[in-house]
Design a protein around this ligand. Structure first.
Ligand code: ZN
Length: 394
């Protein structure tokens, strides 16, 4: 009789079956968790290792060639380049400008070949469990196979996928470089200069394009006004600015407690989540960084950026702790902030004593990520770079 009941449950009519709906939702969540856990590292094609090393990557599809139901070739780029890619020959979509050293030929087998049939040139996709194979002539192709779903189409206008944002950004930068190069070539032809110079500039660009430093990023910065007016979101920006304020005013309050059970912030006056206190076995209060930096660019525009993660150049992975209780972590935290903090602590102490202290902080390059919060736009701090040498050198 139990069985009878089960067979009547239909996963296509969940609106009438709240219990089944809840069960299937939990199942789906578990499956997603499993997937996350079994994930391989995400790599750029230029940094991926050869041989039997599985990795994930995010790419744009340039071309497709279907052999049969079990075998397709997908030509992809992530806008990085390497010299050992196998040569490819296929009709690139119009307007497509990537070079042979940026195109990876991926052999898709089994279920992946069938997924490939639903793809079109221009699509953005995530590959899971892909590997790079080396031919006897030391040329590199990709391979993705198996019956599990490993190819995921991504929405370039969607929010949240950081790897996709990075890819879109590399594409934009590549397109911009190409435009600039065209202008240089046109100029060079006009002045009939040898094209070798262009070639050299190109090599130099390649050498520096993936390395991030204050010097290399300087040419990629935008003003705060440009950041705020940029239509695309989420997007990653580099801004040259200096810190002019931070919040909370007391550095000690830069860490909050978050409930592991309901994933909500725990109000200041509590040590444990008031909503989940009944269920203490499952919930715990986890310290998290939660503070804002106000930065100002040369034009005098200001922007509030939120620091929420520990993995960045500022915090360097420092485990958050209740800063008021843990003096050691607090000192490390202050130490890490000090290069961009300047005299801002004194400025804040001055406010308490009605004394005006002029802020004195250095310019740095801030990497920030925009995010849509309802109809408001938020900005998250990602990383920062200070000039290595003479800070006055421009
Ligand atoms: Zn809670």
């Amino acid at each position: 009789m139990q069985e009878d009941k089960i067979t009547k449950l239909d996963s296509d009519e969940l609106e009438n079956q709240p219990h089944l709906a809840a069960l299937l939702k939990r199942k789906q969540e578990h499956e997603q968790e499993d997937q996350v856990e079994s994930q391989f590292p995400h790599k750029l094609l230029e940094e991926a290792e050869l041989g039997n090393k599985f990795f994930r990557c995010t790419v744009q599809v340039l071309g497709l060639s279907h052999k049969d139901d079990n075998r397709s070739f997908i030509y992809v780029t992530d806008y990085t380049s390497r010299q050992d890619f196998a040569p490819v020959y296929f009709k690139q979509p119009t307007g497509c400008t990537v070079g042979n050293d940026q195109i990876l030929k991926v052999e898709a087998r089994d279920e992946q070949a069938r997924t490939a049939m639903s793809l079109a040139p221009g699509d953005f996709v995530a590959f899971r469990n892909i590997r790079l194979m080396v031919s006897t002539t030391n040329l590199v192709t990709g391979r993705i196979a198996g019956n599990e779903r490993l190819i995921f189409k991504l929405n370039p206008n969607g929010t949240g996928n950081e790897d996709l944002i990075e890819l879109l950004q590399r594409k934009e930068e590549w397109d911009a470089r190409l435009e600039a190069k065209k202008a240089v070539v046109q100029n060079a032809t006009k002045k009939s200069k040898p094209p070798k110079k262009v070639e050299k500039a190109r090599e130099k660009e390649k050498a520096t394009s993936s390395k991030k430093s204050y010097e290399t990023l300087l040419g990629r910065t935008r003003s705060i006004r440009e950041v705020q007016e940029y239509s695309r979101c989420p997007w990653r920006f580099y801004v040259r600015a200096r810190l002019v304020d931070y919040y909370p005013l007391d550095l000690e309050e830069s860490v909050i407690l978050r409930c592991s059970s309901c994933d909500k912030n725990i109000p200041d006056q509590f040590n444990e989540c008031p909503d989940c206190v009944e269920d203490m076995a499952d919930s715990s209060a986890e310290p998290r960084y939660c503070f804002d930096l106000e930065i100002q660019d040369e034009d005098g525009e200001t922007l509030t950026v939120e620091v929420r993660r520990k993995e960045n150049t500022l915090l360097g992975g420092l485990e958050p702790a209740v800063l008021g209780d843990d003096f050691e972590v607090f000192e490390q935290f202050r130490e890490k902030l000090s290069p961009i903090l300047g005299n801002l602590e004194e400025v804040h102490q001055g406010i308490k004593r009605n004394k005006i202290v002029k802020p004195d902080t250095p310019f740095a390059i801030f990497e920030i990520l925009s995010r849509q919060d309802g109809n408001k736009r938020g900005y998250e701090f990602m990383n920062h770079w200070l000039p290595d040498g003479d800070p006055e050198e421009e």
